[in-house]
Design a protein around this ligand. Structure first.
Ligand SMILES: [Cu+2]
Length: 135
């Protein structure tokens, strides 16, 4: 109630100015977050672990507790989009890093696609990486 009374006391023009300013300057933006791939190479074979880090590019700090809601791993970079493999999240010890397990059934380039929600932010963070599976 205190807030409402306070707002009513301010002339309408001022309120408009304040709202317009805060939407561009004060709020963090989902674009300030990005995924980083920790290792670009894996060994071909079953149960390989991939590690990504979610960074806040404005603070330069990793972001813990994001919800990864979409993952896909396929061989699109080697023109085998239909060759997809299951991606399973596994626990990561370091806050702000996220680990996934997958079987790389073939040597070559695989594309890891990720989507995430960050606490307190609207929108989603997307990431796409090429990981090379080697012998
Ligand atoms: Cu393939």
């Amino acid at each position: 109630m205190k807030t409402l009374n306070f707002v009513r006391a301010i002339p309408a023009a001022l309120i408009v100015a304040a709202c317009g300013g805060s939407s561009t300057a004060a709020l963090a933006d989902i674009k300030d977050y990005k995924f980083e791939l920790v290792d670009r190479m894996v060994q071909a074979g079953p149960d390989r672990v991939m590690t990504v880090r979610l960074m806040n590019t404005r603070t330069g700090k990793p972001v813990p507790d994001a919800v990864i809601f979409a993952t896909r791993l396929d061989m699109a970079p080697d023109a085998m989009q239909e060759m997809a493999t299951k991606v399973t999240p596994v626990p990561a010890a370091e806050p702000g890093t996220y680990k996934f397990k997958a079987s790389f059934g073939m040597e070559g380039r695989w594309q890891l696609s990720l989507g995430a929600k960050v606490q307190g932010e609207t929108g989603t963070v997307a990431g796409k990486f090429v990981i090379t599976a080697q012998k």
